[in-house]
Ligand binder design. Structure first.
Ligand code: FAD
Length: 456
């Protein structure tokens, strides 16, 4: 018997060696080159995931968990071949519990599917990347998105997990209680582990009550610095803003063109406030006066749901819009996050680097969290542009680390950020390696990701 014979016997037509399928599972949404796995499997139950891992452990075959493949840093490329475990068929939502404000989902449930299922319940799940990722993949990358400034990231919104460990054993972490002091927080260990410690099969997520009133606003500024300072001051003054997104003038031009809009093509904040109707007005008023204090040129409210949807759709589509600028390009997306008081300096210094490089690199950011991205379209046949993008990113990451920030606020490490783990974590990296060695002694789980090779 070989591992392929055993996997085929277990899964029959849910085992594939088809080249297109393998390529689709070996690329992700990034500039990193495709490295296809040897085969792709589609389990339908936790028992099947467990059996797959037992077989792969026995034969020491690499295993790469796969959600929707939207990760950005080469998380799912099969650097050492092996089996891609696609969780897409595990997409049931067994329980929506509004009394206790949680929902249980299988790992392959997508963001849009969950939104749809929660419609009409009065609750929503606030975390959402700008793309239809799976909930399992979002937990595995510790994802966030535009709402994180008010509702937190995946680490704040998952109550418990079911995880299959590399040897095939199944553990449950956490509980349905909103808080717990019972021992090590294993839920948060697996959140952000990028498939290197086990496969998440089920999740219990916190639900948030849908706000009575929602008010969005768009305000533009003469400089990026003024826009960022408005965001910083709004947060520092304790306005519980639900979303505060920066788009620089280039990004505004790009989204206007892509989405057929007519916003001012200047540095802009997209804002949203949640609460009772009196509360959102007060939040908006305070933010408006801060914005005018920094020279804002208008503060346009969007109360109608359709107008708000148009605004946030334009923001969500920003990455796709940038991709249309260079036909056939892939996106090189940076992702630093810094303490909020350092954000304006970090962005203005980065703007200088962009200008010197000659790159097209629109900026957008979840600035309420101190997190921003450059979206750089890079054609695969343009090594010069790729080298420049790498150089700008390198300087940006070093700058963020000097400011006691992080190389990645939400995208994760994959293979793209391995080089910065030592500088960011120092001796704590050895602790991470011990955890990996303890849980995955055969090193089969998503090898080559998250932890750089040990020098010893
Ligand atoms: C246009 C665009 C916009 C984006 N915007 C944002 C954003 O605003 N915020 C943000 O945080 N991210 C964003 N992302 C990045 C991406 O969507 C997230 O990283 C997302 O969480 C990945 O989910 P996925 O289901 O696609 O996972 P995949 O890409 O399939 O996998 C990602 C990683 O998780 C592991 N994994 C997947 N499923 C499991 C599982 N069940 N158990 C264990 N490990 C697993 C994989 O092995 C891999 O290491 C964006 C991406 C794109 C393309």
């Amino acid at each position: 018997m070989s591992f392929t014979t055993e996997l085929k016997a277990l899964l029959s037509n849910r085992y594939s060696e088809n080249t297109d399928v393998r390529n689709q599972h070996g690329a992700g949404f990034s500039y990193h080159a495709c490295m296809p796995p040897d085969a792709v499997v589609y389990p339908q139950s936790v028992e099947e995931v467990s059996e797959i891992l037992r077989i792969c452990s026995r034969y020491r075959v690499p295993v790469i968990p796969f959600g929707a493949g939207t990760s950005i840093e080469g998380h799912i490329v099969a650097t050492r071949g092996g089996i891609s475990v696609d969780l897409g068929k595990m997409n049931r939502i067994p329980e929506i519990n509004t009394a206790d404000m949680y929902v249980t989902v299988q790992a392959g449930v997508t963001r849009n599917q969950l939104d749809e299922a929660l419609k009409g319940t009065g609750f929503f799940f606030p975390i959402g990347p700008g793309v239809n990722a799976t909930i399992g993949g979002m937990a595995a990358t510790r994802a966030s998105g535009t709402n994180a400034v008010r509702y937190g990231t995946m680490k704040d919104n998952v109550l418990s997990l079911t995880v299959v460990l590399p040897d095939g054993s199944v553990v449950k972490t956490g509980s349905k209680a909103r808080k717990s002091s019972a021992g090590y927080d294993l839920t948060r260990l697996f959140i952000g582990s990028e498939g290197t410690l086990g496969i998440i099969t089920d999740l219990t997520l916190k639900l948030s009550g849908y706000p009575e009133s929602v008010y969005a606003a768009v305000t533009s500024f003469p400089t990026v610095e003024a826009a960022v300072n408005t965001a910083i001051r709004t947060i520092q003054q304790g306005v519980p803003v639900a979303r505060v997104e920066l788009l620089d003038a280039t990004m505004m031009r790009v989204i206007n063109r892509y989405s057929g809009l007519t916003y001012r093509e200047e540095p802009t904040l997209f804002l949203e406030f949640h609460g009772s109707s009196g509360e959102v007005e007060r939040q908006a008023d305070r933010t408006r006066s801060i914005a005018f204090g920094f020279g804002a040129e208008g503060f346009v409210g969007e109360e109608e749901e359709s107008a708000r949807e148009r605004l946030w759709k334009a923001r969500t589509d920003a990455a796709l819009a940038v991709q249309t600028l260079v036909p056939g390009c892939r996106l090189f997306s940076t992702d630093v996050c810094v303490p909020i008081s350092r954000l304006a300096v970090c962005i203005t210094e980065t703007q200088r680097d962009i200008a010197e490089s000659g790159l097209l690199a629109p900026i957008l950011g979840h600035v309420g969290d101190g997190n921003f991205h450059l979206s750089i379209p890079v054609h695969p046949d343009d090594p010069d542009a790729l080298a420049k993008a790498r150089a700008v990113n390198e300087r940006l990451v070093r700058r963020a680390l000097e400011m006691e920030g992080t190389c990645t606020g939400e995208h994760g490490i994959g293979i793209g950020k391995l080089a910065y783990m030592e500088s960011e974590h120092g001796p704590a990296l050895a602790v991470m390696r011990s955890i990996k060695a303890g849980l995955d002694p055969l090193q089969i789980m998503n090898p080559g990701k998250l932890l750089p090779p040990s020098p010893f």
